[in-house]
Write a protein that binds this ligand. Structure first.
Ligand code: BGC
Length: 409
């Protein structure tokens, strides 16, 4: 295999965005948040406002949205404090054993698997307990307790779930598993969970975001038909972003073509794939080498491009070539963080509060201080009064808070 350095160099440049590009993303984002029709943002009401901070008690939190499902028993202690009493987790795919996100799997099988985990988390407990469910896919909320999946994202394909009431699927599975003491009272998006967890401790938190396998943001709309309401933007679907030739190829190869443009340019599920496509082009092959977001971050932080290129492609790059691959990884991730920040700023312009905090959860953000820095630096250019902070375990804590809010409403 030979490496065409010119092609690699031009791929690196394709991922650079100008100040004007980013400003346009910011303005388009504000316009789409405000638009009453024709927006690529779904703007889904959550049937929840932010918590008071006085919520307390013990709840089950079901966190379903990535490659692992988790069920936690969480005791809320008010004002941002909580204790995790029990925790069980299982992957949705075990190679050679099962795969619940594949198109052969059904919704019933998936939720029966989840009900088994709920049983494990209960550990024989038979007392009545309220459950909050973080379900991290675009869903139309019918009320706080019920939501219909609009469409899968993140390449999930399980049959008989799109268009269904997720809480009904869960309840049916709990029934089949003879679990009678668990009462699902809230179903929320993971961005909403993150904002609830952030606002439980910090009054200035008005935006919640996930920067992980997927990407999405929500915010507190102070006046939604006269009352406060957290709105799930489904910002991963935002379509007004400049696309490189690699973004277009990735979209062509994806499960849901023509959708989730922002998510496909920014999130952990896709940034490695963008690198793989650009690398394949530079080697003049159709074969993709399957790089992951974790490897891209490692290349940047530990200067390990040399090792990963060799491992995946069998090609031994010179040190100059390795530097080019590092630059490619850097530009892909830099663009990702800049795009995400422009959408935060677009939302900031819409909200119109001078002081505002953004709670962010997710592995891509949480594990990579260099991405955190890019975001903080960019926000500061607009105002010192906007800050972003890491929300630990937002999806789970938020589910418990939603259960607390749902059990009294
Ligand atoms: C989903 C969102 C979710 C985000 C982060 C996206 O693919 O559409 O609902 O919030 O991933 O998990």
């Amino acid at each position: 295999m030979t490496l065409n350095k010119e092609i690699l160099q031009s791929a690196i440049e394709e991922f650079v965005l100008s100040k004007d590009d980013l400003q346009k993303v910011r303005e388009d984002f504000t316009n789409e948040v405000k638009a009453t029709e024709g927006s690529s943002l779904k703007m889904l009401p959550s049937f929840l406002s932010t918590p008071t901070g006085n919520e307390k008690g013990t709840y089950l939190a079901l966190d379903f949205g990535g490659t692992n499902v988790r069920v936690l028993k969480i005791k809320l202690l008010t004002k941002g404090k909580y204790e995790t009493i029990d925790k069980v987790a299982a992957p949705l795919i075990k190679t050679g054993e099962y795969d619940y996100v594949h198109k052969e799997a059904t919704g019933e099988e998936l939720f029966d698997f989840i009900a088994k985990l709920v049983k494990e988390a209960l550990a024989g407990d038979t007392g009545e307990i309220y459950l909050g469910h973080t379900f991290s896919f675009p869903s139309e909320q019918l009320d706080l307790a019920n939501a219909k999946l609009i469409s899968w994202t993140k390449e999930f394909q399980t049959r008989n779930v799109e268009g269904e009431n997720i809480t009904e699927l869960l309840k049916a599975s709990l029934k089949r598993a003879n679990i009678e003491n668990v009462i699902p009272v809230a179903i929320i998006n993971d961005t909403v969970a993150t904002l609830l967890a952030a606002a439980y401790a910090n009054n200035n938190a008005l935006i919640g975001s996930i920067y992980a396998t997927g990407h999405n943001t929500c915010y507190l709309e102070k006046n939604y038909n006269g009352k406060p309401m957290i709105i799930n933007l489904e910002s991963g679907g935002f379509s007004k972003i400049p696309q490189s030739s690699f973004d277009k190829l990735l979209d062509e190869m994806s499960e849901k073509k023509g959708a989730q443009f922002l998510e496909k340019a920014t999130s952990g599920r896709y940034v490695g794939e963008l690198f793989s496509i650009a690398t394949a082009k530079a080697f003049g092959t159709d074969k993709l080498f399957d790089f992951s977001s974790v490897e891209l971050c490692d290349m940047i932080v530990n200067n390990s491009a040399n090792r990963f290129i060799k491992l995946k492609t069998n090609y031994v790059p010179t040190s100059d070539e390795a530097e080019l691959f590092t630059a490619l990884a850097k530009n892909i991730l830099n663009r990702s963080a800049l795009l995400v920040t422009s959408t935060f700023l677009g939302l900031y312009d819409h909200i119109g509060e001078e002081t505002l905090s953004i709670g962010i959860d997710g592995s891509l953000y949480g594990k990579n201080p260099f991405l955190q820095e890019i975001i903080s630096k960019e926000l500061k250019k607009t105002s010192e009064k906007i800050s972003a902070f890491k929300v630990e375990d937002g999806s789970a804590i938020g589910a418990a808070i939603a259960a607390a809010m749902g059990s009294i409403s």
